[in-house]
Design a protein around this ligand. Structure first.
Ligand code: MN
Length: 278
């Protein structure tokens, strides 16, 4: 890889770390999906894709090399959050563990998902990548504290759509995002929440399948990379957002690092958002 001292790479920046980080990164190589795959290899693949990105966010006039980050390595045990944290899954079951790792009553938690799916499948066979939101509802997370953005037609069953409606979950479809934008989706719900902390679940299969060959759940009609970047920056800039996971990437399905780079890009936009906090 070409070395240019005036073009620091995000991969080297993360690997080097910092003594005064504003964001922590942890890999959570959970792999317990309904569709067999290798999501356990995603944290390493996403770190590798960061080497193809620089650190200057020209859109927001920020440079990430002005702030520190710390990579806490990979573990299925999520470390207590000491600062805004990115969890690199792993399958979507990471969200269940990541929310509980907040260590506060679920009634005080807001959960934002960017996902093509409700992830409200039944719990008869335990936790998997298709049911983390159902498991959190069962544990006491109030439905109205959940905002699901990017939900797609024919990627979900009517039964599980009814579970979402009955629970009072706020649902914004992918089409609504295309028509009104990401910010409107957030602004319609989040300011009304009476909560202490927000957890964000970024399932990369929210992307249109054309942009996301490396996630089994991606379908045509999904979000664009711009929308995912806007979302990641927007949630990163929210003071109450403690954690964002990036899940459901299977490097064995990827083509030319399309999905690995989408995950890496989301990660950098989130950190730029955190940097913009007052
Ligand atoms: Mn999901």
């Amino acid at each position: 890889m070409h070395h240019d001292p005036y073009w620091p790479r995000a991969g080297a920046w993360l690997a080097k770390g910092s003594v005064s980080p504003i964001v922590a990164v942890q890999g959570v190589p959970l792999n317990n999906s309904i569709t067999p795959g290798r999501s356990d290899e995603a944290p390493t693949a996403i770190r590798g894709a960061l080497n193809y990105f620089g650190l200057g966010d020209v859109q927001h006039f920020t440079a990430l090399d002005q702030v520190g980050v710390i990579d806490q390595g990979d573990s299925l045990q999520i470390a207590p959050y000491q600062r805004p944290t990115i969890l690199l899954g792993g399958d979507n079951g990471v969200t269940y563990h990541g929310v509980h790792a907040l260590g506060i009553p679920l009634g005080r938690v807001g959960l934002i998902t960017l996902d093509a799916h409700f992830d409200l499948r039944h719990l008869e066979n335990g936790l998997n990548n298709g049911n983390p939101i159902r498991a959190l509802l069962k544990d006491g997370l109030p439905g109205p504290n959940i905002l699901q953005i990017g939900i797609q037609s024919f990627a979900n069953s009517s039964d599980y759509a009814m579970v979402a409606a009955d629970a009072g979950i706020h649902v914004i479809t992918a089409r609504e995002v295309h028509e009104a934008g990401v910010q409107a989706a957030l602004d319609g719900v989040v300011p009304n929440w009476d909560i202490d902390t927000i957890y964000v679940d970024l399932d990369i299969d929210a992307l249109d399948r054309a942009y996301c060959p490396g996630a089994p759940g991606a379908r045509p009609g999904g979000l664009t990379p711009w929308q995912v970047q806007d979302f990641a920056f927007a949630v990163g800039s929210m003071e109450k957002v403690q954690t964002m996971d990036i899940v459901e990437f299977d490097p064995h399905r990827d083509i030319n690092m399309v999905t690995a780079m989408a995950c890496a890009s989301a990660m950098l936009h989130f950190i730029s958002g955190v940097m913009s906090r007052s």
